[in-house]
Design a protein around this ligand. Structure first.
Ligand SMILES: [Zn+2]
Length: 598
């Protein structure tokens, strides 16, 4: 048993979540956390909405609201989206809390004191017509590296290189097409090259990472440059240095503040539990948290922030880069155990795009289909290690052939036969080799499925769990308990149904991390009472330091099933079951495709 931090990517608060977002980080991190809790670990799963930066400022301007109002709106929407999927955050908060500001400023201050933050004069773009700062990503031009004509001021989407806007050839404003003016402006930079050696040593010790993530991260070290961590912007965390604190035109860059959210959310969680030091058990590199493990979940476009930049911040704060230094008041902090990055989900062969309406929002999805149907698809066919396409026909096929005809059918026919013939879980007599073999397959699943989830191979893990289901269906067909109706066959019928129900119970536990909503239902069908699969709650909380109140996700996840086979008790009453999963009509595919085109 150990302390396990599940650090989940922070969704940007500029719109509702679509299923591409949640298949990359949301559902996989929940499957992992649920399993680790069931296996007896002390899990802390944290995240929140990422609410600063120019895109929110620009969108708020366009909508005629303040950035805070826009962030409030989408923070709430996203909290509801994630709640609908049953994602068990210990705390899902946001980056506009006063606690977050304080933690970000603490890291900035100590990094600066340790010499890892340097001031530089750079060129900043302003709009000649308004005199306002023009954000990097709202400048477009030709990439100086590959010649792509629609490169953005922060990055070229064609060659993937990070850019500064003044490097673009023929720069133009995406807002009104005018040519930006570049003026001198002072900014702070994180001295990333001072961490190259320490990060390299740390990466050399990483085991079990997905090879592509490790290789990509190592390559980033070859060409580390100091990176700007402040911006000409009004919306963000103020710079906590003398002479800068009260300036309203300079803010800490959004990526710097958002990545610190893992730590600030852990601290907020601890403060809310009444033990403000409790976060140290997951973070402190000395004493309390020294054996803790931390897993970071994200899409592949965010690897650089988690395998290079965040480790650099943690090292610098701990005084462990080339320039040395002293740790701040929070003490030396743990580096990530593993960066778990997923690939992209596309949809009907296209990249998700809200503007081009190639999108399925989580809330729309959950209005028409069950959360577990989506969770099943993501686990069984999601973008775990290769880019993957979501198609409606494949979604319907998997729902009908695998969930309904495979797992749902096993539950339904075994429970209804037992309810009809015995009204309760029947007593098992002497077991045959076939009975013993099936029970052994189910028991073995706890080892294989658990180990695969622990290694972030969820696709293989759910495949193994579904193999137990297939074996049980095969067993029922072979044993044909419906034929054992004669009086002298009754004891055998009871034994077969007892064995089948025991395996349903075991398979249900194996599937619980993936399908928590239906797992609770199956547990109740078997006569179980109380919580089998805990669920998050939306709670309206006060800002701990006097800011406005806001909704968070939290929950009591100490209750619920353990990762083990629990023997069923003969005589437990059973009722005729209601179907656990819904079969979808083939016409769903055409309806959904028509919706996309409309
Ligand atoms: Zn390029």
């Amino acid at each position: 048993m150990s302390h396990v931090l599940a650090a989940v990517a922070w969704p940007y608060a500029n719109g509702p979540r679509h299923i591409g977002h949640v298949s990359g980080f949301g559902v996989p991190s929940d499957v992992f956390s649920r399993y680790m809790r069931m296996a007896g670990h002390d899990v802390l799963m944290v995240s929140g909405t990422d609410e600063h930066g120019t895109p929110i400022q620009v969108q708020a301007d366009a909508d005629g609201v303040t950035p805070r109002e826009l962030a409030d709106r989408y923070n709430r929407v996203i909290v509801e989206d994630l709640h609908g999927l049953g994602l068990t955050y210990d705390l899902f908060t946001r980056t506009t809390t006063r606690n977050h500001y304080a933690v970000v400023q603490e890291l900035f201050t100590v990094l600066s004191r340790n010499g890892y933050i340097v001031a530089r004069t750079t060129l900043g773009a302003i709009s000649p017509s308004t005199g306002r700062t023009l954000p990097d990503r709202y400048i477009e031009g030709t990439c100086p590296i590959c010649g792509y004509e629609s490169a953005r001021g922060d990055q070229c989407d064609n060659c993937g290189n990070q850019l500064d806007p003044e490097q673009l050839i023929n720069p133009r404003s995406k807002i009104n097409g005018e040519t930006p003016e570049f003026v001198e402006t002072e900014h702070f930079f994180l001295d990333l090259p001072a961490f190259a050696e320490a990060i390299g040593r740390w990466l050399d010790q990483r085991e079990n990472w997905r090879p592509n993530v490790l290789k990509f991260s190592r390559n980033l070290l070859d060409d580390l440059q100091p990176r700007a961590i402040t911006r000409d912007l009004e919306w963000g965390v103020p710079i906590p240095l003398d002479g800068w604190r009260d300036r309203t035109d300079k803010r800490i860059y959004v990526w710097f503040d958002a990545v610190i959210g893992y730590l600030s959310a852990s601290i907020e969680w601890a403060r809310r539990t009444g033990d403000p030091e409790a976060w140290r058990q997951w973070w402190s590199a000395d004493g309390l948290g020294k054996d803790a493990q931390s897993y970071y979940f994200m899409g592949k476009d965010n690897i650089v922030f988690h395998s290079v930049i965040w480790p650099a911040l943690l090292l610098g704060y701990s005084g462990e880069g080339d320039k040395g230094g002293e740790p701040g008041d929070l003490g030396r902090l743990n580096l990530p155990t593993e960066v778990v990055s997923s690939e992209y989900l596309t949809m009907e062969g296209k990249k998700f795009s809200s503007s081009r309406r190639v999108v399925i929002y989580v809330r729309d999805f959950l209005e028409r289909y069950d959360a577990d149907a989506l969770r099943y698809f993501i686990a069984a066919a999601g973008p775990e290690s290769t880019d993957t396409d979501f198609t409606w026909s494949e979604f319907v096929r998997r729902n009908n052939d695998e969930l309904v005809a495979g797992w749902g059918n096993l539950v339904n026919r075994s429970v209804s036969m037992a309810a009809k013939n015995f009204g309760a879980i029947p007593e098992a007599g002497e077991l045959t080799p076939a009975d013993e073999a099936l029970l052994a397959v189910a028991k073995a699943g706890f080892g294989t499925v658990g180990e695969l989830i622990g290694k972030h191979r969820q696709k293989a893990a759910i495949g193994e769990a579904m193999k137990v289901v297939a074996e049980a269906n095969k067993y029922l067909s072979e044993q044909a308990p419906w034929k054992l109706k004669a009086e002298e066959d009754k004891p055998r019928q009871a034994t077969v149904l007892h064995v089948a129900l025991q395996v349903v119970s075991d398979a249900n536990t194996l599937l619980t991390p993936f399908l928590p909503h239906s797992a609770q239902k199956v547990f109740e069908l078997l006569g179980g009472q109380g919580v089998h699969a805990p669920m998050p709650e939306i709670v309206e909380v006060d800002d701990l330091d006097g800011g406005p109140s806001y909704p968070v996700l939290m929950g009591d996840y100490s209750v619920g099933a353990r990762w083990e086979s629990v023997p069923l008790v003969a005589g437990t009453p059973l009722a005729a079951p209601k179907p656990v999963f819904r079969k979808l009509e083939p016409s769903v595919v055409d309806e959904e495709l028509a919706r996309l085109e409309s």
